[in-house]
Design a protein around this ligand. Structure first.
Ligand SMILES: *Cc1c(COP(=O)(O)O)cnc(C)c1O
Length: 403
């Protein structure tokens, strides 16, 4: 079923369930998983035509597979993009964008507050090939404008950011990129298309770690890039050569995840807002960071740009004394006193998770860089799952009592 051609009026939930479905000759109602490495051709001429791209069709599962294609078609439709290319992980998808669109002497402006592995990838690996990088605070429009040069090819931002939930103005960044002949890439991992559509706001490409909310139950790694056909041909060309392909089994898990995406994102958002309001009036909690709170610095922008505020919040706990190491000790006491929340850095799961960013996800940053992105030693992050909110609050209350 190709909804875009046949029925342009279908709504988000319908696309999430029906788009890209493959019906085999057996009439199976569920989506089949095509576990095959290669595809058979009728004759040598057909093989040649498929390999050269003259004839559409499947060739080899490193770059073409029907189950993966179903996932790509569905996610492209949900993001409102022309085409999607799936990858083995979010980082593989991000690497593909850099490899496909950058060359020696090019420049990238990247938000300082992106997923921690991205600055390592850019500086340590792409830096080696002569790519220059400038990091800026995502909410500081003037900083983006100052950083951009004639050599800038990509602007890269994750919004909202993790763990502090800062929000970048996608429309303004897209206009800035456009003016300088650069492309804006938005990591839409924390909102997903259920809450935010960066392409409709002018972004040139969207990238996903499917590992998080697209799966939604913490089972599989995967990634995806969505954009126009011309750009996606470059990304697909890189995948064909570099090989970090999504497995058909994982694609099937993500297809199932997409079917409930909007319902889950609304439930994550409602639960997180309730926990944020509750947390901010508890003793021992200095500050709660969540764009859904009215006094968050980008609350108005988030409200305009997103349908809801997502499932990640963070907060600073009060240390008993102002001694060195006391902030971290208090945060660790809090985390260790919880009994239900899972101590793990993953997010986007039905299970709530709790983590200490300064010693885990942001542990490889220098203390100065951590301070610049606001990841203090007394900061705790919670990715709110879909358990009953009362039970999540009761568990967090154990942490508060341990402070
Ligand atoms: C997890 C994550 C990534 C990396 O994705 P993997 O699937 O772990 O490779 C990229 N961006 C964001 C925002 C993430 O949370």
């Amino acid at each position: 079923m190709n909804n875009k051609d046949n029925n342009p009026a279908l709504h988000f939930d319908t696309i999430a369930i029906r788009e890209g479905q493959v019906r085999t000759e057996f009439g199976a109602h569920g989506d089949p998983i095509f576990t095959t490495s290669s595809f058979v051709f009728k004759n040598a001429a057909e093989a040649a035509a498929r390999f050269s791209g003259e004839q559409p069709g499947f060739v080899y599962s490193r770059f073409t597979n029907p189950t993966v294609a179903a996932f790509e078609q569905r996610l492209a439709a949900l993001e409102g993009g022309e085409q999607c290319v799936a990858f083995a992980s979010g980082m593989a998808a991000i690497t593909a964008i850099f490899a496909a669109f950058l060359q020696q002497g090019d420049h990238v402006v990247c938000a300082r507050n992106v997923f921690g592995t991205i600055p390592v990838l850019l500086t340590k690996y792409f830096g080696k090939f002569g790519v220059a990088i400038t990091f800026v605070d995502l909410a500081d429009q003037a900083a983006w404008e100052q950083a951009i040069t004639a050599k800038t090819k990509l602007l890269f931002v994750e919004t909202p950011s993790n763990p502090l939930g800062e929000v970048a103005d996608i429309r303004r960044l897209a206009a800035l990129a456009e003016k300088h002949g650069a492309k804006l890439v938005v990591d839409n991992c924390l909102c997903t298309p259920a809450l935010q559509l960066p392409l409709a706001l002018g972004a040139h490409m969207v990238v996903h770690s499917a590992t998080k909310y697209l799966d939604g139950q913490g089972r599989c790694l995967g990634g995806a890039v969505i954009g126009n056909k011309t750009d996606m041909q470059e990304v697909l060309g890189y995948l064909r050569s570099a090989g970090a392909a999504m497995s058909p089994f994982n694609a099937w898990v993500f297809l199932k995840g997409l079917e409930t995406l909007r319902l889950r994102m609304d439930a994550h958002s409602a639960g997180t807002l309730a926990v944020a309001h509750w947390l901010r009036v508890q003793p021992g909690i200095e500050q709660v960071f969540y764009a859904g709170l009215e006094d968050h610095p980008q609350h108005a922008l988030a409200k305009k740009q997103q349908r809801a505020f997502g499932g990640v919040l963070s907060f600073r706990v009060r240390a008993q004394q102002k001694k060195d190491g006391e902030g971290r000790a208090a945060a660790w006491r809090f985390i260790d006193a919880t009994q239900m929340l899972s101590i793990t850095a993953n997010l986007g799961d039905v299970r709530s998770t709790i983590t200490h960013p300064a010693s885990t996800t942001h542990g490889r940053l220098s203390p100065e860089d951590r301070a610049r992105v606001g990841v203090s030693d007394n900061l705790v992050r919670v990715a709110v799952g879909l358990e009953d909110v009362a039970d999540i609050q009761a568990d967090l209350a154990r942490g508060i009592a341990a402070l």
